[in-house]
Design a protein around this ligand. Structure first.
Ligand code: ATR
Length: 270
């Protein structure tokens, strides 16, 4: 039998950091398995899943753009991701062998927030796209207080708040950030090549946390502004590594060595 393997699929796929993350953990744990990046175009998606389902060595895949919604048609939705987050980023074999779609973005996002007490406290989120959905889903699970959701398209923001049963209001980006225990950028604003997200953080209390899901650059203007104010920050590599960790456990049945995150982060920043 060949080596067991998992992979990340997308179109394009060359930029993905997932092989470096999973590869680092497999090596660190001495697991004889492979993790690769596989280019799959939308036309090829049905044939891809048909072939992999028949491959006993295949443990599953991470799913990235543009397949996160289309892949739901090829997996069992046992965790109800279609009607909640609305997208899958990981497919794995369940104990009975069935191929199940899950979404590890919400758990990956929420993991570093366990160190903070956010229940019942007001939060501000920027973004109502795919990443915004995972973030709001996670925040609803934490039981945060009212959510101010900034989005270019305000109607989309309002619809998302109500779909997650979150109290709060949707506003256009540019309005003042209200006092919040947590501010999350869930857009690509601030990423290299994208416009900067310019927020006035002056209303935030001294114990507020500012979380940016962007990891290129690692220190976004938003995080720099938060640090300048002495606020706690969480960068985009935390969520990236966090979502991968939940997927790794599904693929390989063991938790990755998170005590080696500093080493992994250095590799990812090279
Ligand atoms: P992702 O899966 O990364 O969240 P997406 O679903 O395309 O990607 O969502 C992109 C998010 O970034 C949305 O909130 C989008 O705002 P709209 O819903 O109004 O489109 C936001 N976004 C992207 N580019 C933007 C820009 N130049 N200015 C403001 N918001 C932007």
């Amino acid at each position: 039998m060949a080596l067991p393997y998992a992979e990340v699929i997308g179109d394009p796929i060359a930029h993905s950091k997932s092989p470096k993350i999973h590869g680092f953990w497999l090596k660190a744990l001495g697991i004889e398995a492979d993790y690769r990046a596989t280019h799959v175009t939308p036309d090829a998606l049905p044939a891809y899943f048909a072939a992999r389902k028949a491959d006993p060595d295949w443990r599953g895949c991470n799913i990235t753009v543009p397949h996160k919604i289309a892949a739901l048609d090829h997996v069992e939705d046992r965790e109800d991701v279609r009607t909640t987050i609305g997208a899958t980023n990981t497919a794995f074999r369940d104990v009975d062998g069935a191929l199940v779609g899950t979404n590890t973005d919400a758990a990956g996002f929420a993991a570093p927030l366990k160190a903070f007490n956010l229940a019942g406290r007001p939060v501000t989120v920027i973004g109502a796209g795919g990443a915004g959905r995972a973030v709001l889903y996670a925040l609803a699970g934490i039981g945060v207080g009212p959510v101010t959701l900034f989005n270019r398209n305000v109607d989309k923001g309002a619809a998302l708040l109500s779909s997650f049963g979150l109290e709060g209001q949707a506003l256009p980006i540019g309005d003042a950030v209200p006092p919040s225990a947590l501010v999350v950028n869930a857009t690509s604003l601030g990423m290299t090549g994208q416009p900067v997200l310019d927020l006035d953080l002056s209303a935030l209390p001294g114990d507020a946390v500012v979380y940016d899901i962007v990891y290129a650059p690692l220190e976004t203007a938003l995080l720099a502004a938060a640090r300048a104010r002495g606020l706690a920050t969480i960068d985009g590599l935390e969520m990236l590594i966090g979502q991968a960790a939940v997927a790794f456990e599904r693929f390989f049945g063991t938790t990755p060595p998170r005590e080696r995150d500093a080493e992994l982060r250095a590799i990812l920043l090279r």
